[in-house]
Design a protein around this ligand. Structure first.
Ligand SMILES: *[C@@H]1O[C@H](CO)[C@@H](O)[C@H](O)[C@H]1NC(C)=O
Ligand SMILES: *[C@@H]1O[C@H](CO)[C@@H](O)[C@H](O)[C@H]1NC(C)=O
Length: 449
């Protein structure tokens, strides 16, 4: 099989594993790093996205967004179940995501769009020469870069064990939830982040995977920026803190979504403990308030079991939010009661479990109350109608919260991107705290930079 040839006799290793790399170089590079790295975060459907499709209708995009959310939830479920032996890192890459990080690699710089993924660790992208890479994306050619440093087999004990002797490469292997995979060599490179009028920041010696053999039917992924809790994560490499501010997803011209990595990440607003299990970011549920009403939900329904069942993950890759049955029913019963008989329900066969109505969000929901999703410690997401409802066609809208059941994984609840719109979310990995602040990414974020 093509994807195994790089691995030689190591091909029979369980493919999901990747060892813990010693991080001496990483630590050194942090000392000389700027305080923060600021990158443009581009929604999948934005006019700035490589996947932008001018002829796709609202209904097409809503349907594709749903497909990505469902795939992503399956991935999260798989990620919660991976057993990671001591000193070995589990790794599964998602096939999908919501936001792309705009950045450049190497010298001279080659621009890349990498999926932002808070639920995986490795930074990974296509490199030339490459088998199975799609040629329609700009592929990085390390042999043309003066700052490229491939990790040799004697780099550390992991590399000694995962070595391509012919090329003296330290091998990485990423496997997707759907059996697709990517293999290649670990290397260090210069990463550059730049935003018009806001400056350029450069990180040197960033550890990443140079993908050489890609087996990925989806063909949409050029690379992934892992911001999980594992050592190879870019968040770990660049200072243990990151934050992102997400604005209006439905507005394809919106340009103010930002990802900030490093000590200067924006950690403002209410806080809640970040519970890290399997390198995934879980939150502790406190309550849901609709207007002045607190819904009757026992926080225990969200409690993660030692086997990885249940639990509430904050995710950047799913667009919808998925809640465990008890919480979901409490929420939709209240939403149905508030909307009452004023609007007609609609049924979309693509989303048999979703609460949908005939109408327009802006016209028909003007008096819908604010919904607050509270976490232990005081942080909360403040959902206005744009967070809670998504327009799926010219005549219909649906709740962006769905049940984590049906044909989808039963047990994991996940807070998605619609729920995080108009908020800044700050991750402090050292203190294991999450900060949430409702803000306008265009006008408010600059006050913290
Ligand atoms: C763009 O969207 C339209 C409508 O969904 C679809 O028919 C077409 O194949 C898409 N084009 C690309 C390049 O994906
Ligand atoms: C929605 O997407 C699914 C694949 O995710 C496809 O099978 C289906 O035909 C699409 N439906 C519409 C109405 O575009």
């Amino acid at each position: 099989m093509e994807t195994n040839s790089l691995l030689g006799h190591n091909a029979k290793l369980v493919l999901v594993i990747m060892a813990f790399l010693l991080s001496t170089n990483i630590t050194n590079s942090v000392a000389t790093s700027p305080n923060r790295f600021v990158a443009n975060l581009i929604h999948h459907d934005s006019i700035l996205s490589p996947f932008y499709n001018a002829t796709a209708t609202i209904a097409d995009r809503a349907n594709q967004s749903l497909g990505r959310s469902i795939a992503r939830l399956s991935y999260l479920k798989a990620a919660t179940k991976i057993e990671t032996p001591a000193n070995v890192r589990g790794l599964v890459l998602a096939g999908t995501g919501s936001f792309l990080v705009s950045m450049s690699i190497g010298e001279p710089q080659v621009h890349q769009f990498l999926y932002m993924d808070t639920a995986s660790d490795l930074v990974w992208l296509h490199c030339i020469p490459c088998t199975g890479c799609h040629t329609d994306n700009a592929i990085f050619n390390p042999s043309l870069s003066s700052t490229y440093y491939p990790l040799p087999c004697n780099y550390d004990s992991y590399c000694a064990e995962h070595c391509n002797h012919e090329k003296n490469w330290c091998l990485f292997l990423a496997r997707y939830a759907d059996e697709a995979s990517a293999t290649g060599n670990f290397a260090e490179e210069k990463f550059t982040f730049s935003i018009a009028n806001e400056g350029i920041t450069t990180a040197r010696n960033v550890l990443f995977g140079c993908g050489r053999e890609i087996n990925e039917p989806n063909r949409e992924i050029n690379g992934v920026m892992g911001l999980g809790y594992g050592e190879e994560s870019l968040a770990k490499q660049l200072g243990n803190k990151f934050s992102y501010c997400i604005g209006n997803i439905a507005d394809r011209n919106y340009m103010h979504n930002r990802l900030i990595i490093g000590n200067g990440a924006v950690l403002v607003g209410g806080w809640t403990p970040l519970v890290i299990r399997n390198d995934l970011y879980y939150l502790r549920f406190e309550s849901i308030k609709v207007g002045h009403r607190t819904l009757a939900i026992n926080p225990r329904v969200f409690q993660r079991t030692p086997q990885g069942r249940r639990g509430l993950i904050i995710d950047s890759g799913t667009e919808n939010t998925y809640l465990i049955r008890d919480a979901y029913l409490a929420l939709i019963d209240t939403v149905k009661e508030i909307i009452g008989g004023e609007l007609r329900r609609s049924f979309d066969p693509q989303r048999p479990t979703t609460l949908c109505y005939i109408g327009r969000v802006n016209r028909d929901l003007t008096t819908f109350p604010v919904v607050e999703f509270h976490f232990r410690g005081g942080a909360f997401l403040k959902w206005r109608k744009e967070n809670l409802f998504e327009t799926i066609s010219n005549t219909e809208f649906c709740l962006t919260v769905d049940i984590a059941n049906g044909n989808m994984p039963k047990d994991v609840s996940a807070i998605g991107a619609f729920a995080q719109q108009f908020h800044n979310i700050g991750y402090d990995l050292s203190a294991q705290m999450l900060y949430i602040d409702r803000m306008d990414c265009e006008t408010d974020l600059v006050n913290y930079l």
